[in-house]
Design a protein around this ligand. Sequence first.
Ligand code: NAD
Length: 329
Amino acid sequence: MILITGGAGYIGSHCAVNFIENAVDDILIFDNLSTGHIETIEKLREIDRNVKFIKGDLKNKDDIDSVFKNYKIDCVIHFAAFSIVSESMTNPSIYYKNNVLGTLNLLDSMVENKVLKIVFSSTAAVYGEPDYTPIDEDHSKSPENTYGKTKLIIENIMDDYDRAYNLKSIKLRYFNAFGADKEARFGEWHKVETHLCPNIIKAGIKGETFKIFGDDYNTKDKTAIRDYVDVESLAEAHRLAYLYLKEKNTSNVFNLGSQKGFSIYEILKAVNKVLAKEVKYEVYPKRQGDPEVLIADIKKANEILHWKNEFSVEDSIRKAFNWHKKQKL
Ligand SMILES: NC(=O)c1ccc[n+]([C@@H]2O[C@H](COP(=O)([O-])OP(=O)(O)OC[C@H]3O[C@@H](n4cnc5c(N)ncnc54)[C@H](O)[C@@H]3O)[C@@H](O)[C@H]2O)c1
């Protein structure tokens, strides 16, 4: 059985669907529903009624201990975390407790119960301001926000746990996740939405004005350039990482992106095309610590996991739009 922490959330639920549809293994989702949704679990159970769900909090070691005591888990796919960059700067305490302490409880419980394989959701935020792009996995790590720092600390803990306890980990450093399930059953449903695409789409659907932060970057159209990766492709990367871990039993780290950069205006243009309307926007001053260009070098994931981002930006935006249309915004 595979344990998915944070499977009631955005990326975790898409990963669960991928595992179910590819008949990877039985699935147990562990989530405290702090940012995830019980409706997501109910939808997953419509696809496979054997999906197990345990409501628990990684901050309580007893909660996670009882999972390993009661179920035979072979591997953990670990999504559960807080991930709002601005909140991590104003309230670092909850980020260190939830992300670092929560993961430490999980890893200790794994070691105690001899579960020694984990796939971990890391982030491009571990790199900080890039020295060069595309950014490869060996690029220096200098996270500029507390969120990125928590993820880098966890990566380092995992390496120590490999050396000391033989716990093997695959760290997947995602760039900007976006898109939705092709059948519009699941999508990006964050109570506080800080991500670009859903915010442009929602503004478009509601006829509201979208905020662009900074139009004085040293880029082709003066807005920031980012690397966007489809959530269903991310889910597939987790399946491939799981199979790799099972076969090779070795730790590794991979960037997941598309190795293509899109400016904010380019994303806006693509959304306008899909929505067949002009989304209104206003430009605000750029935010501190927002780098000019962030593009992933995905050669390693490509060569070793045989993975690549399968969707065009327009495809991903169309899938996200189809999902958003179905929601009561
Ligand atoms: N969305 C992105 O673009 C992006 C980019 C890079 C990395 N990530 C990482 O991917 C992972 C998933 O991100 P997401 O966008 O799906 O977030 P999300 O908030 O939708 O999902 C996180 C899930 O974890 C659960 N959770 C949080 N803390 C928990 C705890 N202490 N115990 C049990 N459950 C807990 C939440 O209830 C939620 O269901 C996170 O680790 C995030 O840092 C996301």
